[in-house]
Design a protein around this ligand. Sequence first.
Ligand SMILES: Cc1cc2nc3c(=O)[nH]c(=O)nc-3n(C[C@H](O)[C@H](O)[C@H](O)COP(=O)(O)OP(=O)(O)OC[C@H]3O[C@@H](n4cnc5c(N)ncnc54)[C@H](O)[C@@H]3O)c2cc1C
Ligand SMILES: NC(=O)c1ccc[n+]([C@@H]2O[C@H](COP(=O)([O-])OP(=O)(O)OC[C@H]3O[C@@H](n4cnc5c(N)ncnc54)[C@H](OP(=O)(O)O)[C@@H]3O)[C@@H](O)[C@H]2O)c1
Length: 267
Amino acid sequence: MDRPKNADGLKNADGPNAVLFERRDFAPGLASFFVRPDVPVPFVPGQFTRLGLPTDDHGSQFVQHAYSFASAPNSDAYEFLVRLVPGGALTPRLFDLEVGQRLWVEPRVHGKFTLDAAPDSDELVLVGTGTGVAPFRSMLVHGSVHDRFRRVVLVHGARYVHDLAYREEFAQMAEVDADFEYLATVTVEPDDAGVELDGLHRGRVLRLLEPDRYRSVTGRDLVPERCQVFLCGNPAMIADATLLLEERGFRKHRTRHPGHIHSERFW
Ligand SMILES: Cc1cc2nc3c(=O)[nH]c(=O)nc-3n(C[C@H](O)[C@H](O)[C@H](O)COP(=O)(O)OP(=O)(O)OC[C@H]3O[C@@H](n4cnc5c(N)ncnc54)[C@H](O)[C@@H]3O)c2cc1C
Ligand SMILES: NC(=O)c1ccc[n+]([C@@H]2O[C@H](COP(=O)([O-])OP(=O)(O)OC[C@H]3O[C@@H](n4cnc5c(N)ncnc54)[C@H](OP(=O)(O)O)[C@@H]3O)[C@@H](O)[C@H]2O)c1
């Protein structure tokens, strides 16, 4: 039999090569998947790999998509934070997978959305929407982020409080690390929903990047002379944030022309 193919006609290796061994649900349609590959591959926080599943009962058709590592490289399995896209080709299948079932993980890693791309600087500003927080979670739990950046600010935007994955973990990190700030902001959560809104901001992440707002919240200026900015998730957010930052002297980072803005679009 021919090897399974993905939607683009590419061939995966030899079928499933990993097991789903745990799943953590944050909210309806938002979960992290703990995947143990038969042969783990080293990665750098900020990189991604591909997950794949068959799309028919015979396993002859196959779909694969990119997912950023959300876990530290030194953990015994990979963790991926995934949003269910209703009607999507892969995520409904992934959410139907039971613990113990097997799936395909590409035995290669990809991507340049890594901290080593940024020059040493005083402040690292990580901005993510929705599941775009995944690579930042990997960078932060890796534990070496202050080696090159004195202060780190994580700005996470989501519609609802329950969509703020890892919220307690990040808040706890901020409690023990005076040089780490966690700014979480929600756009849709109603005031009277009965959830704890203390310490949360309102509105899109862009509001927190406005000069006055950033200064009033952190006590410092968001300026290219001292800040490197990483943007991840919703492509509209990345476009809007890039524009806003470019107006203030930030430049997109290019390998040959080092700048201050690094980005990873999820779609
Ligand atoms: C480098 C890279 C890293 C990625 N990392 C992650 C990750 O860590 N977690 C994750 O959930 N997704 C991630 N994605 C997106 C992922 O690859 C899939 O596109 C997504 O899971 C949808 O797959 P699907 O087959 O269910 O939907 P498809 O049938 O492919 O439908 C795609 C549509 O779903 C929407 N969409 C895609 N991704 C998302 C998302 N994350 N949140 C909301 N809407 C989305 C877009 O409108 C897109 O056009 C990443 C993409 C890239 C390129
Ligand atoms: N219909 C629904 O109620 C519903 C609920 C959840 C998810 N979904 C679907 O599921 C998918 C994933 O949703 P998600 O919440 O995980 O991710 P998402 O669509 O990326 O939204 C996450 C956060 O990003 C914000 N955002 C969107 N565009 C932005 C921009 N240009 N600049 C700054 N911030 C921006 C959103 O604010 P805004 O709220 O202001 O857009 C939201 O707070 C989406 O495709 C969505 O269609 C639908």
